[in-house]
Design a protein around this ligand. Structure first.
Ligand code: ADP
Length: 260
């Protein structure tokens, strides 16, 4: 039985098709979240890539920031539940998910059987989210995808003292003008995100095994800085950005079984 999870975020739309709630058949990712053609494009792409059409899908569940506005799903489920489900499907014995997306960061605590028991969230401030990285990449005229690699070339990360994104932007511009090298600046920016997220994580309590989900999981400099600050090792997967959509596809499968 094929099920589809559609994760409509603030910046991207992700889809996962699963077979019997277990095997990942196809994934897709489109830039553009709620209010754009991202969700529809992402659904079309995942169906094409699986060689399926809409009638082959037994159930579709939407999740993410834009889930309420998406009308082509059979139901919607919170991204907290979906990230917990998707991440624990990939990592056995997972107890903490650090999800850093395009506009918020969440720390999700799981029980030993993979159910969400608690969460803390920052959705009030861009610092400590992918938005902070996007703003900084834009002023440095670099691709956000290259930030992790650039940071690896740094000696001592530059110190970014402003906790507000707007002030940090001016701080980065003046450090650049004062001759601070790009890798050091990028490493400082990644470190700043990790500082904000680690403070959030300490509030929730961090138990191993820990993994990252969301787009920022692709940034190895943020992951390593988080590992250092929290003194734990943190897993990632090429599918980290798809954990929400995978969780939605698993949820759809379980719901379909219950309805039979
Ligand atoms: P949302 O669900 O809110 O749309 P995502 O979980 O898709 O967010 O993450 C989007 C964020 O991830 C972007 O703001 C961007 O900063 C970051 N991101 C995406 N891909 C990469 C990458 N390859 N390297 C580093 N950061 C990335």
């Amino acid at each position: 039985m094929y099920t589809l999870g559609v994760d409509i975020g603030s910046t991207t739309s992700k889809c996962v098709i699963m077979n019997d709630g277990s095997d990942i058949v196809a994934t897709s990712l489109e830039i553009g979240g709620m209010g754009t053609s991202g969700p529809e494009d992402s659904v079309r792409e995942v169906l094409d890539s699986a060689g399926l059409n809409r009638d082959d899908i037994a159930r579709t569940i939407a999740t993410g920031y834009g889930r309420m506005k998406y009308e082509d799903a059979d139901g919607e489920v919170s991204e907290l539940t979906c990230h917990a489900l998707g991440a624990s499907h990939i990592f056995q014995g997972l107890r903490t998910v650090i999800d850093i997306g395009g506009q918020d960061a969440k720390i999700i605590s799981l029980s030993s059987d993979g159910r969400m028991t608690n969460f803390v969230m920052n959705d009030k401030c861009a610092a400590g989210t992918g938005r902070f990285l996007d703003v900084m990449a834009n002023i440095l005229r670099i691709d956000v995808n290259d930030m992790g690699k650039l940071a690896e070339q740094a000696g001592q990360p530059a110190s970014i003292s402003s906790t507000c994104t707007v002030f940090a932007e001016s701080e980065v511009i003046s450090q650049l003008a004062n001759g601070v090298k790009l890798p050091e600046l990028v490493a400082g920016i990644c470190d700043s995100v990790a500082s904000r997220v680690s403070a959030l994580a300490r509030r929730a309590g961090v138990r191993e095994k820990v993994c990252m989900s969301g787009g920022v999981a692709h940034n190895d400099a943020v992951r390593k800085a988080l590992e250092k600050k929290l003194e734990v090792s943190i897993e990632t997967s090429p599918l980290s950005q798809h954990f929400g959509a995978a969780g939605a596809a698993i949820y759809a499968y379980r719901q379909e079984l219950r309805n039979k």
